[in-house]
Design a protein around this ligand. Sequence first.
Ligand code: MIG
Length: 799
Amino acid sequence: MILNTELEYKGNLFPSKIINYEKNINVLSFTADNGVVLQITVRRDSILRFRYTTTGIFENDFSYAITKYASRGYNHLEVEEETDVYVITTSKLICKVSKADMRISLYDALDNTLICEDELGFHWEESYQFGGNVVKMSKTAQPGESYYGLGDKPVDNNLKGKRFENWVTDSYAYGRDTDPIYKAIPFYTALHNKKSYGIFFDNSFRSYFDFCHERRNITSFWAHGGEMNYYFIYGPQMSEVVANYTDLTGKPHEMPALWALGYHQCKWSYYPESKVKEITSKFRELKIPCDAIYLDIDYMEGFRCFTWSKEYFPDPKRMVKELADDGFKTIVIIDPGIKIDMDYSVFKEGLDNDYFCKRADGPYMKGKVWPGECYFPDFTNPEVREWWSNLFQELIEDIGVKGVWNDMNEPAVMDVPGKSFPDDVRHDYDGNRCSHRKAHNIYGMQMARATYQGLKKFSYPKRPFVITRAAYSGTQRYTSSWTGDNIATWDHLNIANLQAQRMAMSGFSFVGSDIGGFAEQPNGELYARWIQLGIFHPFCRTHSSGDHGDQEPWAFDDTITNVVRKFIELRYQLLPYLYTAFWRNVSDGIPILKSLVLHDQEDTQTHYRNDEFVFGEKILVCPVNGPNQKGRRMYFPFGRWYNLWTDEIVTGGQEMWVDADLDSMPIFVSEGAIIPKYPIQQYVGEKTIEELTLEVYYKLGKETSQVYEDAGDGYDYIKGRYSLRDFKLTGKEDELIIQQFKTGKYITTYKTFKLNLHGLPFKIKKIEVDNVLIPIENLISSSNALVIDKEFTELHIMA
Ligand code: MIG
């Protein structure tokens, strides 16, 4: 392995002095005496792209990560030449390029503070081993700087002091600090002096990040090939950095179907059909809400993708229909390995059309996976993706499967060192032919993309649902994801919490863990505590390898079953709240989970917090993460928080003890919030929503809340058939005012709101809706609940 150590300084090459500068609209090119060219593209006032070549020639500009829908354009751009530097100024940033050595420094344009500065800056080492360069960048860490992001790394939130590798890897039973694992998201955000910026190193080769690990004041990143090509994204708010990175690499292409936010049940494997039915019936019998049931690899005929075992599932269409009639969506696994079998049509088609990956010398890439020896489609070829997408027609259109689960797409290969393809395997890379060294990290992403295209086509006019294990930056456009093969331990509950938060701040929110742990078996307490955490993850699924016993909500004892039911019910009640958070993510790139540092970066207490996080905009949660706990200490960010269970108010800015027996967990609501709730349903759509409950949390002062709804599936929302309610709450000593601004053409099924008023400091004497007094009898005074027409624009509740 090539390390970025001082020992290797001798191998390093550097740009020499700049001898030429050219400006072509927003693309600035600086050429050094020794042929190095730095190209700076001003994409937005707060986003600059830096690209370097050591040969004077740039490769074809192609990236799987960057979306064509990314915003572009800036308000201001000015370049000045000074004695030692070129100065590029936008309305947000000042970037200085040193004439002597091409080193970069970046400043906030408003107050001139230093944000980020090259140490050695760009340098490289020629690799005679593989041809090409190891491209490197090093920057000086600023005082008190912290680092976050990087996808699924199973480590504490703050990455400072650690080094990481990006190389997607099948990581059965990984643990804390295992690196790398399933995903490669070479994007981090940094924070110092209350200002945050991000760096996205868009290079799909094996890459590394070092956050003050090797040298105390230096952060660096490098890759085993390709270009030094990174985007600098300025905030100064971390939430803006994440939103802008998400804009650049893509927001999900559509809202998820509402049912996909329900609870999912999975195991390796539920079979035969009678077993599947036994599980789904039990959910309905015990009244535990559930929307999706999964079929793992054993549903297939000899693990051949797109086939069904005749023995276990003799009539899949009938079964899928019967499950659907009971509210269950069937989701099936599809792996990349295609069994070598001349009598298997998928294999034959792939072979006849030359769709499988090949080694450098010509033979097919042969690898052992579940079906035995396999070939693997080259998903980096658009024609192969098109073919693959069409393979889903029967599954989706005819049989009625509602979602597809892509596993093993790192790609994972058994019985070989490295657990994947050898480096020499060739890929199309959308016409930019290359070896697996470059394509490895994006292979799973392109498989998920091809699967998504198929699901989108054949699910239409409904929305597609895909879940993937491997991912590169940008994969969030197509699919949800899970965190892979974790273990049933308390520390893995913590890891799941960290990974879900980290993925959210890495632009990929629709993520969850195998609740309860994939390997080994949880006891009831661990399972219940993990469900409590899991209902606050955007993707909520129990999964286990199944070889260590059962892992359904009823697999423990009645106490556990009751706790699990209670929390899954809470998730179903919060669906409109969660759906609104998804809408914020899909439309503006706002992460669904917010680590405390993302919630309040000004408060330095948050910089090293791991457990607490904000779910959506208004709900603060903290999982209980150890056995025999009757509660825990947690940190409350600034502001005032209502205890969800007791309505007691906590003032933030401090750590406090919170009671939480096994049937409870610390959940708090930010004061002034209006939280929408649906009735408990056994699955999405079971009931027509007759009334929307609004939990209103009084605050002295003003607060805004939103509720987004649409048909819950389909694409009409894009044509304006959505319902967005903006609520403005104003609390005074003797009055509470709620104003509603409604947009969108979707007509919700309910006619009324039921307002539950929390924390009102006065006794209600008068209620006025749109300037008309309404009879006080409308108030259920025992619970301070009020039913009013959903069309109101202004409500006054007075002492
Ligand atoms: O080699 O399909 O992470 O969720 O149940 C194991 C069987 C393959 C790994 C996945 C896991 C899935 C399992 N798979």
